[in-house]
Design a protein around this ligand. Structure first.
Ligand code: AMP
Length: 293
């Protein structure tokens, strides 16, 4: 009989699947006086994720990456079932950047039967993504707080790619006195500007080309502000127009927000963040750009 198991390359990274195993790893690292860095991911890893691991390695003696496609942050009609799962490749990549431990629990151990306690996310979760994906941030805050506890993290690394998510987590940490330092790392882009995303692998060549509309629209917003435009609504309109011209299939939102409160900006008086969520084919993409004045 051929061996049907996925062949996982031999790696130095240790993979643990239970909370108890993770605890014993963390206890050993702590007794050796190491600082613990945590990188939560949903797998299907790319350079964006690896940049977070590198940042953690730079700052922490012990690095834990988690790979868990978190069901509670997906809406009923979203892509939970078809979300890419590429564990063997993920382990290879995590190993190549020197991750110490990968925590890859199964759904049942994270959400055992009877699980019913959730973290109610802060107000900044309400606009933008919060409006388009009801319940999404409640799933995010819940899993992230659980992972903080499970990993005993000192420092946790998130990408600016999910700008609002990073702000929501920072606010949760502040509001609930969670003893974790949150680091937000820059967006890693392809050479032509497309933000790296696990969902990019859904795109065919023609869609990949149209997906560049997001970066082009953000760049336009930056150029308009640099040229002196101070009306947030006009910039938002120009962003929408550019996305439509360049052929995205549907825009969930495109506009300027206050980088701290995430409130839409009417008059640009300081730094803003341009935010976009748009669909290309069946794929929903998000991107953002901080704009200084
Ligand atoms: P995900 O696996 O999509 O949940 O992402 C896990 C972490 O990686 C999140 O903190 C993301 O913001 C971050 N991330 C995803 N894509 C990028 C990127 N292109 N550059 C930097 N960080 C990223």
């Amino acid at each position: 009989m051929p061996d049907s198991r996925v062949s996982v390359p031999r790696t130095n990274v240790r993979v643990v699947e239970t909370a108890a195993q993770l605890r014993s790893e963390v206890t050993a690292a702590r007794s050796a006086g190491k600082t613990i860095g945590l990188i939560p991911t949903m797998g299907a890893l790319h350079e964006g994720h690896l940049s977070l691991v590198r940042a953690a390695r730079h700052e922490c003696g012990f690095t834990i990456a988690t790979v868990f496609v978190n069901p509670t942050q997906f809406g009923p009609h979203e892509d939970f079932d078809k979300y890419p799962r590429t564990m063997a490749k993920d382990l290879e990549l995590l190993d190549s950047v020197g991750t110490d431990v990968v925590f890859a629990p199964d759904r049942q151990s994270v959400y055992p039967s009877g699980f019913s306690t959730y973290v109610d996310p802060p107000e900044i979760a309400n606009p933008w993504e919060g409006q388009c994906r009801p319940g999404h941030f409640r799933g995010v805050t819940t899993i992230v707080l659980k992972l903080f506890h499970l990993a005993g993290a000192d420092v946790a690394y998130f990408g600016q790619k999910d700008y609002q998510q990073a702000r929501v987590i920072q606010r949760m940490v502040e509001d609930l006195d969670v003893p974790v330092v949150v680091r937000v790392c820059p967006i890693v882009r392809e050479a032509d500007g497309l933000a790296m995303s696990s969902r990019n692998r859904y795109l065919d060549a023609e869609q990949r080309n149209r997906a560049l509309a997001l970066w082009r629209s953000l760049s336009l917003a930056r150029d308009l502000v640099a040229a002196g435009e101070r009306d947030g609504a006009r910039v938002a309109q120009a962003m929408h127009d550019r996305l439509t011209e360049l052929g995205v299939d549907r825009i969930d939102y495109a506009g300027l927000a206050d980088p701290v409160t995430l409130q839409p900006v009417a008059e640009i008086q300081g730094p803003v963040v341009a935010l976009i969520a748009a669909h290309v084919g069946q794929t929903r993409l998000i991107d953002n750009l901080r704009i200084e004045i």
